[in-house]
Design a protein around this ligand. Structure first.
Ligand SMILES: [Zn+2]
Ligand SMILES: [Zn+2]
Length: 289
């Protein structure tokens, strides 16, 4: 009988961005699925963290505070995961607020574009769907499904609101290097999310990954459900070459993309320990497990 491996999922979304479960629901499901550690990493917001952390204490799951930043390189979005940052850091919150406000305006503009195309979508409904969350494209897609304009959210992206489609509006995004500097300045560690998903299924250029590593990025999300086994091997080798920690997570969005994939892709416990050590940099407050 071997020792049971610690089960760690470092990439999840809640209703504060485009997930369908409340933060508490994500963490409770984590406990049901026998996870020891879950990071909540909503897009451009830390608002779900207090609830997630409180639920973690209740159900015995270690919750890692995180956020998934929207950056952009050569006009294509690059996602950067950030962990254990000081969520109160003024520069970090200022940038998150900018990103969210821009998403709101962008939501309005995309609805305008859809209406200009003759498609009757009400921005009010998109706001209702988003609730307290940052407005993201899946909320618009959901409104389009409800209005009977498309059959599925996927179709909404493919025909109207995906990158380069007729109602698509670009959003404000950080330069990836600036994002790394901002996150490190807020005491967090950053990890490039799903490097194998960049634009249309291609890969974030190695050249950018190298520059981000040189700017202080600590890890590369190697184990992601949308990475093929070949991609994982390639990124594991790249991480080794650049001295980056190879992490993993499910990028669970609740029921938005089924099946609910929480726990389907995990982070190696040694990699997690290395990431934590990098985050706390020898601080006496570093928690241990
Ligand atoms: Zn992402
Ligand atoms: Zn994500």
């Amino acid at each position: 009988m071997g020792v049971r491996m610690t089960r760690i999922d470092l990439h999840t979304h809640s209703t504060h961005s485009d997930g369908t479960f409340e933060p508490a629901g994500v963490i409770r499901l984590g406990a049901e699925r026998d996870l020891d550690v879950v990071a909540l990493t909503d897009h451009d917001t830390t608002d779900g963290l207090p609830e997630a952390l409180a639920t973690g204490l209740e159900v015995g799951v270690e919750v890692v505070p995180g956020v998934e930043f929207s950056a952009e390189y050569l006009g294509t979005s690059v996602h950067i995961l950030c962990y254990w940052m000081d969520a109160e850091d003024p520069a970090l919150q200022l940038e998150l607020r900018r990103l969210r406000e821009d998403r709101y305006r962008r939501g309005e503009l995309m609805v305008d574009q859809l209406r200009a195309l003759g498609l009757p979508i009400a921005f009010e409904r998109v706001r209702e769907i988003a609730g307290d969350a940052t407005i993201v494209r899946p909320h618009i897609a959901q409104a389009m499904v409800e209005a009977g304009i498309v059959e599925t959210e996927k179709e909404a992206f493919e025909r109207y609101i995906g990158d380069g489609r007729p109602a698509h509006v670009a959003k404000h995004a950080l330069d990836p290097i600036d994002a790394v500097v901002l996150i490190e300045g807020a005491g967090g560690v950053c990890v490039l999310a799903h490097p194998g998903m960049w634009g249309d299924q291609s890969s974030v250029p190695d050249e950018l990954i190298e520059r981000m590593a040189a700017a202080g990025m600590r890890g590369l999300e190697v184990d992601h459900p949308d990475h093929t086994p070949e991609a994982r091997e390639r990124y594991r080798a790249l991480a080794g070459r650049l001295g980056l920690i190879a992490t993993g997570g499910s990028d669970c969005h609740g029921t938005r993309y089924d099946p609910v994939r929480l726990g389907s892709s995990l982070c190696d416990p040694d990699a997690f320990a290395a990431l934590r050590a990098a985050a706390f940099r020898g601080s006496p407050a570093a928690p241990t497990t």
